[in-house]
Design a protein around this ligand. Structure first.
Ligand code: BGC
Length: 375
């Protein structure tokens, strides 16, 4: 077994070296094709990239950024977005397999419904890398790479705790929690990180959830999830809570928003309800460092975002493919049980960014351009 694997690895490395030298010398051959930069691509490095939606900034950056890195490595790529529709994503993945993909990089729309199509991938010898979101209930997931999701929620929870002075016994405060899309495996982990910090204050009455939408345990998070992570749905939900529970003049002091797309909608609801920055505007959290949200941080509407340097994630996934192709050991630093198998994973760190850190963390690092956020 081990020897066969080694032989296969050596053969793959030799094939890659050959392809690469053909590439460098401008040689012909017909092993690749499809590479839009005109270079000879490796037939083995044919990668399907299945992203959830173009409606969120981060997936555009991730899909296009990863595609470029892979092209630079000599790979053929097929990048598809599925408009947040699971059926569409499944048929895109089927087309990628039929089109000769050797690797699939997938950010699942629904973490639990890709089992069947991934079995097809496995039967066809295709390796599957779950990108950012773990794919559950399938033994066909080869690797995962993503961020420390629990730490995202923990940073949001700690921020609210500190800003309100909850540890010093301050309160009670009016507080409204939100959670991410119930079909996204990450969303439960974000919520758990935040709720482990905030639930004790809800239980002691220092955080008062007037809407009653306060899960009694981490497991109940889906009851307040916003399906599909839509800004409009988050806005409608916040508007409802304001109209139903705050009409008498009570004010919301803080909102747990798990990410930036929800935060945008929630902020729009407070603008609509005539809250004013510097007067009664609540503390609102976020995640991703999207341009519109960084602008909101600079103008005081959003208090923080949890920044995930997605450039590092793309580089990591491109490297995983390179290492796998070369027959090297694919570097990982953790594993996740996806309900079927232990998936080797590479986890990346996250960082809370407030107004005073925008320049240093987001602009100076090159993650965003100053002009993107009006600086
Ligand atoms: C990602 C977040 C993103 C959210 C909505 C999650 O799976 O980890 O970065 O904000 O999906 O797209």
């Amino acid at each position: 077994m081990a020897i066969n694997k080694k032989i296969a690895a050596v053969a793959a490395a030799a094939a890659l070296a050959l392809t690469m030298s053909a590439c460098a010398s401008g040689g012909g051959g017909s092993t690749g094709g499809g590479s839009t930069d005109g270079s000879q691509a490796s037939a083995d490095c044919n990668v399907g990239i299945a992203m959830p939606t173009r409606s969120l900034e981060r997936w555009i950056g991730d899909g296009e950024g990863l595609q470029q890195l892979l092209k630079d490595q000599g790979c053929t790529t097929d990048l598809q977005y599925a408009d947040n529709k699971t059926d569409q994503q499944i048929s895109q993945i089927q087309n990628m397999i039929a089109g000769g993909a050797k690797y699939l990089v997938i950010t699942a729309i629904d973490s639990a419904t890709l089992g069947q199509v991934l079995s097809e991938a496995k039967d066809a010898g295709v390796k599957v890398i779950a990108f950012d979101r773990l794919i559950t209930g399938s033994d066909a997931v080869t690797y995962h790479a993503g961020f420390d999701n629990y730490a995202v929620g923990e940073a949001q929870g700690k921020f609210i705790e500190e800003q309100l002075g909850l540890k010093d016994g301050k309160g009670p405060f009016n507080f409204e929690p939100f959670a991410g899309s119930p079909d996204d495996n990450n969303a439960g982990q974000f919520f758990a990180g935040a709720w482990d910090i905030l639930l004790p204050y809800v239980e002691s009455g220092k955080l008062v959830v007037k809407s009653g939408k306060a899960p009694k345990s981490n497991d109940e998070w889906t009851s307040i999830g916003i399906l599909g992570w839509g800004s409009d749905d988050a806005q409608a939900e916040m508007e409802n809570r304001l109209a139903s529970f705050y009409a008498g003049g009570d004010k919301v002091d803080a909102v747990l928003s798990p990410n930036d797309s929800l935060a945008l909608g929630i902020e729009a609801a407070f603008t609509g309800a005539d809250y004013k920055v510097g007067q009664d505007w609540p503390i609102i959290t976020g995640q991703d460092g999207d341009k519109a949200n960084v602008k909101a941080i600079l103008n005081g509407q959003q208090a923080m975002t949890v920044w995930k340097d997605t450039r590092e994630l793309r580089k990591r996934v491109a490297l995983m493919i390179q290492q796998d192709l070369a027959g090297d050991k694919v570097e990982t630093n953790t594993t996740f049980d996806n309900g079927k198998v232990e998936v080797p994973s590479f986890g990346l760190p996250v960082e809370a960014v407030t107004k005073d850190l925008v320049q240093e963390k987001l602009i100076d690092s090159g993650f965003l351009k100053a002009a993107d956020v009006g600086l």
